[in-house]
Design a protein around this ligand. Sequence first.
Ligand code: CAA
Length: 257
Amino acid sequence: MNKEHIKVYSDGNTGVIELHRPKAANALNRRMVDEIVEQMEAFDRDKTIRVIVVKGNSKAFAAGADIEEMMEDSPLSLEFTNPFAVWDKMMLIKKPMIAAVNGFALGGGFELALHCDLIVAAEDAKFGFPEVNLGVMPGAGGTQLLTKAMGRAKALEWIWLGQPMDAQEAKHYGVINRVVAPELVEEEALRLAEQLSEQAPVSLRLIKEAVHEAVNTPLQDGLTLERKNFYLAFASQDQKEGMKAFTEKRRPSFKGV
Ligand code: CAA
C-alpha cells in the first residue's frame, strides 16, 4: 500500500511512524488507520527494528477519528464495515510501542496513544475524549483502555465531561509515562526507545505479553460492547446534530433522541 497519510523512517533500531495529515490536525480517516496498522505490523516483522515510535506534529498528535468521514454513517453501515475492527491488530504487536505526543491527542488520537505501551508527552499536550460533544462516545477502545489505566471514577468523569486533560494531570493518574518540554518530546521518546533496544528482545516481548495479560483480561468483551454502543449512537439525532455542528463550526443543540 502506498502511504498517503503517514511518513515512515527508522532511527537506529527504532521504527518511526509519523502521522501526516497536517491540514486536518492529523484526524484519523480509515485509510490512515489502515496505513498505521500495516506499518506497525511491518516493523513488528522487521528484524532490524526493536522498538516502534508513533508521533504526530508539533500541534497535533491526532485530533480523533475523521468526523467528516464518519458523519453520514448509520448503525448498519458501521456494523457491516466494522471500521474499528482493524484496531484489534494493534493489540497484537509484540514489540514495545511508544507514543510521542505533542499538542492534541483527542478521541481516536488518544485511543491510538493508549494502544501504545508507553506515552511521552509535551508539558502543553492535551488528552481527551470529546466524543460526548458530538453526540457519540469513544469507539476505538477509549472507555476500556482509559478505565484500566486510571480507574472507573476518574475515567467516567473525564469521558462524560469531554474536556481535555493536561499532561501533568494525565501523568498523575498514571495514564502517561513522561512529561517533557515540547521541543524534547521526540528526543525523549527516541532515547527511551534506544534504552529499550538495548534490553533483551525476547524478555521485552514476554514481559509485554504478561503485563498485558494482567491488565487486559477480559478486554475483548469490553471492546466488543463499546463498539456496539458506538455504532448504536449513530441511530440518534444527537450524533447527526453533533457532527453537523462541528462542520458548521457552531455549538450543538442536543435533544436526547
Ligand atoms: N475530524 C475531521 N476534521 C478535523 C478533526 C476531526 N476529528 N479535527 C480537526 N479537524 C479539522 C478541522 O475541521 C479544520 O479543518 P478546516 O481547516 O478545513 O476547517 C482543521 O482540522 C484544523 O482544525 P481547527 O481549525 O479546529 O484547529 P484548532 O486548533 O482551532 O482546534 C482541535 C483543534 C481542538 C483539535 C479541534 O479541531 C477539534 O476539536 N477537533 C475535533 C476533536 C474531536 O471531536 N475528536 C473526536 C472525534 S470522534 C472519535 O474520535 C471517535 C472514536 O472514538 C474513534
